[in-house]
Each structure stands twice: as structure tokens, then as C-alpha cells.
Design a protein. Structure first.
Length: 89
């Protein structure tokens, strides 16, 4: 397994691809989402369902941006804590 710095340098570090929630509600909620989408697909016309999918894609993009901002904020906070620990007496 390559080290983290090498992976970062080569552009092959994608931690978000390895994250799966350990919350016990995660899988049941995802199953419920899938079942709900299938039900809506049956209820809506093809055009209306495509609009719903487009809306959900926009929501997913916004959620991804929020997750990125949260990661950056958390990383900066952690780095600031390390600096404080190493500099303070």
C-alpha cells in the first residue's frame, strides 16, 4: 500500500470513495430511498420522473459541496490544533 503523501502527490488519494457510514440506520435509509424512487418512477410520467432525478442530482451536488467544506474545515481545525500543541509550552 503506497503511503499517503505518495498517493496525494500522484493524485490517487480519494478518501471520500472509501467512506461508508457505520450508523445502523444508514443502509435501511438508503433502501427506503431506493424503494421510494421506484414507487415514484411508477407514479410519474417519464418526463416528470426525469425532472425529479434532475432535482435529486442538484441536491446531491449541493450536499457534496457541503461535505467538501466540512472536510476542509475539520482538516484545518485539526492542523491548527497540531500547530498549537507543537508550539505551546
Amino acid at each position: 500500500m503506497p503511503n499517503i503523501l505518495e498517493s496525494l502527490y500522484h493524485g490517487s488519494l480519494f478518501p471520500n470513495e472509501n467512506i461508508i457510514s457505520k450508523d445502523p440506520n444508514y443502509r435501511p435509509i438508503n433502501r427506503q430511498i431506493t424503494e421510494s424512487l421506484e414507487a415514484w418512477k411508477q407514479k410519474l410520467s417519464d418526463g416528470d420522473f426525469e425532472e425529479l432525478e434532475s432535482l435529486l442530482e442538484l441536491y446531491s451536488q449541493a450536499q457534496g459541496m457541503e461535505m467538501t467544506a466540512s472536510f476542509v474545515c475539520g482538516f484545518k481545525t485539526g492542523a491548527a490544533m497540531m500547530i498549537e500543541v507543537l508550539v505551546e509550552d
